[in-house]
Design a protein around this ligand. Structure first.
Ligand code: FMN
Length: 325
């Protein structure tokens, strides 16, 4: 069974991936957040550094592209291959209104015919050696899935990654695990994504009649960076590694960004990782109010020193919304 680290905008950049990979094992592949494809594939500084990271670290991550125009996507794939990047993923899942309004991300699922035309054009000539797709199971309803699955599974994707929710669900509501029984038998490996936050959730998924070939972990592994190891039965999280991970992130962000940006990044990550420490809420609140790097570090050190590791260090969607994130 493969274990992948999901693309998470604002979290899984090169700095985060490097720190995670240095301290935790069990992940077969990381995914960059999506890069929106424009004519000429002009990149922002942030996107450029994602691509440089992927090019410098072959075999570690897949670069995710978001687009709806086959010629622009092909141009982007060509430029990535010139940079030595041959593992690329197509985003058919982003639920954001600004993205779907342009017919991109999960917006492409609204029109199966347009999706088919895009894939016909894309696959008309050779693509990257590993070209996967990350999709949702419908725009409004899971009833759309059989038709979408029929289309997706008829192209030679290297893997199909399924976030088992519709666009309308965003990240809420139950994942439709029942769709695992409705997959065409096309020989394409299937990776399941959505709400796998604990080793027991992974076990349950793998005991389905038709288990996936792998699992993509998202918020669950940001909350507990040792989740892949726990799923594999290798080890459980300990406080010293949690602290080393925190220090590694803080140090690397300090090198590359001013305090305001660092503060935003660390608070976002800590809003998930807080579940690892019992009673972290009041510290997370203080961390959010910190005005300077030294103040932030001293609160974080106090938190990591004072608090015990939680006996259930697992992501809980309710706790995130309570903390206002
Ligand atoms: C903050 C955030 C950013 C995300 N960014 C991306 C992205 O860039 N590309 C993508 O395909 N999915 C993105 N996702 C979706 C995740 O990859 C994943 O599908 C989702 O979190 C469900 O998996 P989980 O329940 O394991 O978290 C994002 C989700 C969140 C919460």
């Amino acid at each position: 069974m493969k274990l992948y680290f999901a693309p998470l905008e604002g979290i899984t950049d090169g700095v985060y991936i490097s720190a995670h990979k240095a301290l935790f094992s069990g992940i077969d592949k990381y995914f960059t957040p999506f890069i929106s494809v424009s004519p000429g594939f002009n990149l922002s500084k942030k996107e450029d550094s994602l691509i440089s990271f992927a090019a410098r670290n072959p075999g570690i991550c897949s670069v995710q592209l978001l687009g709806r125009d086959a010629s622009h996507l092909k141009q982007a794939i060509g430029k990535l291959s010139q940079a030595g990047i041959f593992d690329i993923d197509l985003n058919l899942g982003c639920p954001s209104g600004t993205v779907t309004a342009k017919g991109k991300g999960s917006g492409l699922l609204r029109s199966p015919d347009a999706l088919k035309k895009l894939l016909d054009d894309l696959f008309a000539s050779p693509l990257a050696s590993h070209f996967s797709v990350k999709t949702r199971i419908g725009y409004e309803s899971s009833d759309e899935w059989p038709r979408l699955a029929e289309i997706l599974f008829s192209y030679p994707f290297s893997e199909i990654i399924i976030h088992a929710r519709t666009r309308t669900q965003f990240y809420k509501g139950k994942c439709h695990t029942e769709i695992m029984d409705q997959l065409p038998l096309a020989g394409i490996p299937v990776i399941f994504n959505g709400d796998i936050f604990t080793p027991s959730a992974a076990k349950e998924l793998m005991s389905l009649k038709r288990p996936p070939d792998g699992i993509m972990l998202g918020r669950g592994i940001v909350a507990n960076p040792a989740l892949a190891e726990e799923i594999l039965g290798l080890t459980v999280l300990d406080k010293s590694r949690l602290k080393r991970f925190f220090d590694a992130l803080l140090f690397a962000f300090s090198e590359s960004m001013p305090f305001n940006a660092l503060h935003g990044r660390m608070c976002e990550i800590m809003s998930y990782m807080g579940v690892c420490l019992d009673g972290s809420k009041k510290y997370l609140k203080r961390l959010r109010k910190a005005k300077a790097r030294d103040e932030y570090i001293s609160i974080a050190e106090e938190m990591l020193y004072q608090l015990e590791l939680s006996s259930q260090p697992y992501f809980d969607p309710l706790s995130l919304s309570e903390s206002g994130s």
